[in-house]
Design a protein around this ligand. Structure first.
Ligand code: 5GP
Length: 113
């Protein structure tokens, strides 16, 4: 068994974090190093290391994570927001536990850096 990721420790209550939303499948937390006025992370309770390792059996879970992001945006009055998933080192992944970044509150450039 691999060591727990920081997100599993937060899910298990071993590391404190401000949990903005929680349901049976996911938590939403504020990013510790925010890159926008709103920077939340939607984190599934199931450990999937990264989107590149998701399986067919995760299809419903993946859809629910996107819906959780939408609900979070709506509940917080965010008309405009960006969702980001980094998969792999070169893409910027630093925590090997799938999560969706939700960024909002400032203009966003395209393409991303
Ligand atoms: P990644 O680089 O893997 O796409 O995103 C990982 C994110 O987790 C980063 O934006 C980083 O700031 C955030 N992060 C790392 N450690 C912690 C932590 O202990 N608490 C919270 N809330 N966020 C964290």
């Amino acid at each position: 068994m691999e060591d727990k990721t920081i997100f599993e420790k937060i899910i298990d209550g071993e590391v404190p974090s401000e949990i903005l939303y929680e349901d049976a499948i996911a938590i939403v937390i504020r990013d510790i190093d925010p890159q926008a006025p709103t920077h939340a992370l939607i984190v599934p309770k199931k450990r999937i290391s990264r989107i590149a390792e998701a399986e067919e059996e995760d299809a419903v879970l993946l859809g629910k994570l996107l819906l959780a992001a939408k609900k979070f945006a709506k509940a917080n009055g965010l008309d405009s927001f960006r969702l980001v998933i980094n998969s792999g080192h070169q893409a910027g992944e630093t925590v090997p536990h799938l999560h969706i970044h939700l960024l909002a509150g400032r203009p966003m450039a395209w393409p991303p850096g």
